[in-house]
Design a protein around this ligand. Structure first.
Ligand code: MN
Length: 307
């Protein structure tokens, strides 16, 4: 089948189209370890179309030379949402005031629920700092429903091997990180526990072709193109961009080429007010004021003094 035939095989009316593209911002440093493009953040005009997701920072592949200094971000607080870190290359070590922590390396995902609040640090592992090498990472912020914003903090260190492997014919393979997905009559369950319904998966093209999968018709569905090419209907998605798909249809149909690697995010919008201020994401201004007070009074805890 040639490319022109692909284009002519009209995508079914029931498939999601691209509604808009969120292009990468200029790269900026988060601490001294993460040189990221911010692809989305909880802007009032965007929140409804990305909920339950809030923010996505992408650190594309970059080579770091060996160093005794451990790069990263020092102690800082969070409350009211979850930070999800996807390691594609390199190693990151986390530790938090709720006792959570650990190392994630290539293929792993760390799903940290800040809930009622904690402080944490995010740094290159000691070994990766000393060895140097390629580093590629995504950090996603996932909102918590109002009823769960003050839940106890939770830490899920998910290793690459835990994710169910998916096959999309000969065209692509997938890793189901969170949520449920039925393909060819078989239902798969992702490894992460979530606090609202969502689907999170990595897709990797094994050859050029078309991949289709179902999503909930009421979900917000977003695709980050990390590598290669992606076409949806008539729209070419630029590399390192986030495509926000149209609503309603329950089928996603992607045309992959050139070794595409895509992070798929699909979730039910929470439909609750979002009041975001720096590292805190709550529902009202008063709750933000309370979060700042609690942090300043030390009620989100401290890290033990050690490095
Ligand atoms: Mn953080």
């Amino acid at each position: 089948m040639t490319n022109s035939e692909f284009t002519k095989s009209a995508s079914p009316a029931s498939a999601r189209q691209v509604e808009f593209i969120l292009p990468p911002t200029e790269q900026h440093w988060v601490g001294d370890g993460f040189f990221v493009h911010t692809l989305m953040h909880p802007h009032p005009r965007l929140v409804e179309r990305i909920s339950p997701f809030l923010l996505l920072d992408y650190a594309p592949p970059r080579s770091f030379s060996p160093s005794r200094h451990r790069r990263g971000v020092g102690e800082h607080p969070h409350r009211g949402f979850e930070t999800v870190t996807f390691a594609y290359a390199g190693e990151v070590e986390h530790r938090d005031s709720a006792g959570g922590g650990g190392k994630i390396e290539s293929g792993d995902v760390q799903w940290m629920t800040a809930g009622s609040g904690l402080v944490h640090e995010e740094k290159f592992s000691r070994v990766f700092s000393e060895m140097g090498g390629e580093f590629e990472m995504v950090q996603l912020w996932v909102n918590l429903p109002k009823a769960k914003k003050m839940m106890a903090p939770r830490y899920q260190a998910l290793q690459g091997g835990q994710f169910p492997k998916l096959k999309f014919g000969e065209t692509a393979t997938g890793r189901l990180i969170a949520g449920e997905l039925t393909l060819d009559g078989q239902t798969h369950q992702g490894a992460a526990m979530t606090n609202s319904p969502m689907l999170v998966m990595d897709l990797r093209a094994e050859q050029d072709g078309i991949v289709e999968f179902p999503v909930s018709s009421t979900s917000n569905t977003l695709l980050l193109l990390r590598k290669g090419k992606l076409r949806i209907g008539e729209q070419e998605v630029p590399e390192k961009s986030l495509a926000v798909l149209s609503l309603k249809a329950s089928q996603v149909r992607l045309e992959l080429s050139g070794g595409s690697e895509i992070l798929v995010l699909s979730g039910e919008p929470l439909g609750e007010p979002v009041f975001a201020h720096g590292p805190f994401v709550m529902n009202t201004r008063e709750e933000i004021v309370q979060a700042i007070e609690d942090y300043q009074a030390g009620r989100m805890g401290h890290l033990d003094d050690k490095d």
